[in-house]
Design a protein around this ligand. Structure first.
Ligand code: OGA
Ligand code: NI
Length: 310
């Protein structure tokens, strides 16, 4: 038996007590300022224009939407369809991939990383698996639906290409040396598929808590990207975000995280230390991830440790 929301929520009209957040964390409680104009970047514009726009968006929001990005609409539609099909499979089919092991890399689970230790759960199921290099991981991915590996494999390659293209534009905007975002900083890629089933009372619960992603760059299908702040010595932002649920419709998001390799030392780029003082401590990426999990992604606690006091 699993405790997937997509399974048990089909037969209930009531939001269970352990999904109800304290008033100050509920969706409507604080007015989260809506970004009125999410920067929209047309990747078919001239290179100098996109470099400038992306840099501005990263400094201002840490988040933007891309169009004319080169990932075909057919591939996007097929990928969305196959992942939705996955979550709609009967319990017995999904059970095979289910795991509550917090460190297992390919798995289906529900809520946060450590369900058993949570006071309140999130209204989401998640399927995640590493995807780079593809041949190393694809055999661990779901075998059903039967076209899952084929379609999602193609998508993961395309979305990786897009991420590296955007990083290249950021690199140019920051004036970092060519090859700065080499394999060491971009060798990890995780595909994380969030499924938020229809929820009996979206005003009381959350799909995902407030967090900033702990990786280098994220591409969210349909379109938000954020970057790791420390690389740029505090010049770029990593947007804090969260997910809320819907009353009638399930929402599925496909998130690709590009990360450094686990043993890579992360530190401000030498050419970014313009005042002569780095603003962040160097760290090994895997230690950072461990700490991120301990602190539940709380940006303030993370910054306290890594930011060097002026
Ligand atoms: C994430 C995330 C948002 C969403 O997976 O890190 O922020 O819309 N997802 O699912
Ligand atoms: Ni996120």
């Amino acid at each position: 038996m699993t405790n997937l929301v997509s399974t048990w929520s089909k037969t209930t009209q009531i939001l269970p007590e352990n999904y109800i957040f304290p008033v100050d964390q509920r969706p409507g409680s604080v007015k989260i300022p809506l970004v009125q104009n999410i920067p929209l970047i047309d990747l078919s514009s001239s290179q100098s224009q996109t470099v400038e726009e992306i840099l501005h968006a990263c400094q201002e929001f840490g988040f933007f939407q891309v169009i004319n990005h080169g990932v075909s609409k057919d591939l996007i539609d097929d990928t969305m369809e196959v992942v939705k099909e996955f979550f709609n499979m009967p319990e017995e089919e999904k059970e095979i991939y289910y795991s509550i092991d917090p460190i297992k890399s390919c798995k289906l689970y529900t809520s946060g990383y450590n369900y058993a230790n949570e006071d309140i759960h999130f209204w989401r199921d998640n399927l995640r698996h590493p995807c780079h290099p593809l041949d190393e991981w694809v055999h661990l991915w779901p075998e059903k639906p039967t076209n899952y590996r084929d379609v999602v494999g193609k998508y993961s390659l395309e979305v990786r290409k897009l991420s590296l293209r955007v990083l290249e534009l950021i690199r140019e905007g920051l004036g970092l040396e060519p090859e700065y975002f080499a394999e060491e900083l971009t060798g990890g890629q995780l595909l994380s598929i969030n499924h938020y089933p229809p929820c009996p009372d979206p005003s009381l619960t959350l799909g995902l808590p407030k967090h900033a992603d702990p990786n280098l760059i994220t591409v969210l299908l349909q379109g938000s990207v954020s970057g790791l702040q420390i690389i740029s010595n505090g010049k770029l932002r990593s947007a804090e975000h969260r997910a809320v649920t819907n009353l009638r419709e399930a929402r599925t998001s496909i998130v690709s995280f590009i990360s450094p390799c686990l043993d890579t030392i992360i530190e401000p780029a030498k050419s970014m230390i313009d005042t002569g003082v780095p603003r962040f401590q160097p760290f090994k990426f895997k230690d950072f991830l461990k700490f991120y999990e301990e602190k539940k992604g709380d940006t303030e606690s993370m910054m306290k440790v890594y930011k060097i006091k002026p």
